[in-house]
Design a protein. Sequence first.
Length: 188
Amino acid sequence: MNRTDSVNWQPYSPARFEGKLCYHLCTTDSELPLRMVIEGYTEPNYETMTYNYYWCCNQIGVRAAVNDGLSHILFVTRYKGKNRQYAERCFIVGYYEIGWTDTVGNRTVIRPKKLSFTRIEDAYEITPERWKRINPDGKSYQPESLRYATQRLKGSLFEEIVTHLDAHDATADYLFEVARLKAETNPF
């Protein structure tokens, strides 16, 4: 039993088939666009399939998504990993389809009923053309700071992204890589 089993998870029924962007910092220690595992970052937590359980991340966005009845959290990152041909480019690398929620401390936590994360070569790149579709009222051609990439996505664009991520699911690779990185840093 892991410690998330003690949470009083409440079933979540979304009112809208829509997603909200939430960023995470990408590790330099892997080819996969993982969170910064070695540096101690815990969210999104692929291992326990939770978000915001261990640490407060994007709490305003997560709380807004749940309060507004959105179905998905879409994870976006600026790639910093070992595959240099993708360096510094922005990608949507995965999602959680929200299945359960609860409150831990003062933060809203989620657990997905479905999740999907991709390798960098299969992620949904945010090109200037795609950014205009994601952020049609914006003035920039790229997200300047992913901290402010909090757009809501719906309709055909949202379906396109989820379908793309589902077709390239590599979540099992994420779990293996997180375990490998943790073992390298703390071998005992």
